[in-house]
Design a binder for this molecule. Sequence first.
Ligand code: PLP
Length: 492
Amino acid sequence: MALSVSLPAFRISDNTDIKYTETTMEDATFPFLSSDIARYQVSPLMGWTNKPIQEEDKEVQIPKAPQQENGPSIIKPTISQFSGVHTDETLARVIASYVDTLPHLKDHFLGYPINQDFYYEALLKLMCFRLNNVGDPFIGSTYMLNSNQFELCVLDWFAELWEIEENEYWGYVTNGGTEGNLYAILVGRELYPDGILYTSKESHYSLFKVARIARVKCVVVGTRPSGEIDYDELKASLLAHKDKPAIINLNLGTTMKGGIDDLDVVLQVLENCGFTEDRFYIHCDAALFGVMLPFINKAPKISFKKPIGSVTVSGHKFLGCPIPCCVLMTRLNYVDVLSQEVEYLTSRDTTISGSRGGHTSIFLWYALNKRGFNGLQQDVSECVEKAIYLHNRLRDHGIGVMLNKFSNIVVFERPLDNTFARRWILADKGNLSHVVVLQHVTMEMLDLFVTEFVENRSIWYQDNNGGKKPPCIAEDIGAKNCACSFHKKLIS
Ligand SMILES: Cc1ncc(COP(=O)(O)O)c(C=O)c1O
């Protein structure tokens, strides 16, 4: 019997009006670990690290999840034929003990753009199947345990969102944002083998890695305090390499500040510099904002009606897919530059990775269908409203802070104390830190965060504590957003 998969309903309507006013993660130790594992540290996001625990780390008080009495040790699988097999009960106890540690982390998860609040219990049965979308989703493969029909529904939904006809696009669900960026820049390089990649210094680190992998010369362009690319500097760089085609990565939401590069301005700059459409390729890295901007009134539009070559959006960020993935979309007429036939699969090898998780496409399909247009619009609106609330509260407490228009990323001075940063799972960079307000972030979490930040801050900088002062972040986010002693005086 043929399976019929419904397309997530999509409808562009008037958007809600939203008012706007912008690791070095130290690791938590897990006390239930067996002694040999306990020599290593667990970082909530990075997994195992092989950095031995140092004496000074012991002083750090990290709030721990409630302990089970006689909690189990993590059991290392061994290769010896004499090793015992552990019972399901023992293994379940280890897992339960680990799972117990997670809600606490979720309740303090503020610094990374991953929505922790979407539930997929209805899909649990899928975990009994090894779904693999190897090959081109539009052709399928002889590996029949795939979810290609779901994948195509998801791609169609994004095609409509980003304004490209069904018969004009090609894409797939990748294993993450980095793979999406790699694919996109490789297309640019194949189209323009002597092209130069231009991307701003606020770009995600994957872009610089991709440039190295793809062996594309990369020109790093400066940014404005908002995090968006500096158009004058871009112009100067383009003019300096006028003889070479341009491969441009645009950030539609930089990782740290949520700065949005203006496509129309960049197109104008290209034209002014004499780059015609056959001499540039534009990729839009919209990892977080790709599924947010379309739901915000007057926000910049992501549209293939303009001369862009590709767009990527992560599935595990705003949509909360529990396994990392990303939707990569490009123009159908570009697909041949990276593809070849594979007899073994009776498919075309068009994707970067061979095996691709089949579950992720179903998770995405489910997330889109379950929320629908209105649900997504409401989610976006709530996140942005809460970000504005956090911004205003921090500002009212005299803390340097910025919130870009159309953004849910609140950027502020880096907390002095790493213990505090770790407690709230913040991602710091230079003098800055940020909170990414997503669906799991409640007002209670924000209130507690602000209260603790303000209390701790008064201790960090108490009585001029050895000359320590809040950092000046005027260069990072603009003088008007800085609350250092110098700029505070200027503003008041
Ligand atoms: C703007 C941007 N692009 C790309 C990525 C890479 O995504 P991934 O970690 O899924 O590879 C991120 C991740 O945070 C990002 O913020």
